[in-house]
Each structure stands twice: as structure tokens, then as C-alpha cells.
Design a protein around this ligand. Sequence first.
Ligand code: MG
Length: 123
Amino acid sequence: MNYIMVIDDSPTIRTSVAFTVKDLGCEIKQAENGADALEKISAIRSEGNDVSLCIVDVNMPVMDGISFVKEFKKNDKFTPVLMLTTESEEDKIKEGKTAGAAGWMIKPFKPDNLKSVVEKLMV
Ligand SMILES: [Mg+2]
């Protein structure tokens, strides 16, 4: 079983992202910050399953999106990470790319755009 991780401190955004990518053949797992996501990813992998893609917010308490990408990429160079940023976070996009993010999307996003970017990244 493969999972898409949806990582955002806003339950509303998590729900809308999860809904948008629900038909791409993966299970969806939600996490509310980077640390929560790392724990859930390690639980998924210890059960013999895997993660196909992470969609991650930048601003979150406990562990933000940039720190998550850095930590996640230490052990996994291949699984793509898509960052969700706001218009005002352009410097974060650069930082995220350097840390290994495969792409980004500016919030608010159009569901069709998000879905097609995710589909491309998972090929
Ligand atoms: Mg946030």
C-alpha cells in the first residue's frame, strides 16, 4: 500500500488537499506538522507500506515545512515533496528547493492544478 502524506496545521486545508488527491490510487495520511509527519511516515514504513509523495505546508508549529523537507530528505532522496506556500513566502520556495523539494504550489490552489502537479510528480 502506498500513501500520500498531507501535512498542514490547518484542518481545513488538509481536508481539501486530501479530497483533491483521493482518487490517485494511494491511501491518504494526514499530519499536522513536520514532526507528526515523520512519526507517521516511519510507522507506515515499519508496517511494510510506503510513501509515494508528501504535500507539505511551510508555516506550521513544532516543525515547519522546510525543516521537514531537510529531515525527510536525509534518508529518502527519491520520494517527491511538494510544498504549499503563500505568495509572500517566495524566499521559502528557494530554501525548499535547496532542501530537496520537487515542486511547490501557491495557496490558494485550484484543485485541478494541484491534482495534475501531484500526478506528474508521482510518475
Ligand atoms: Mg500553516
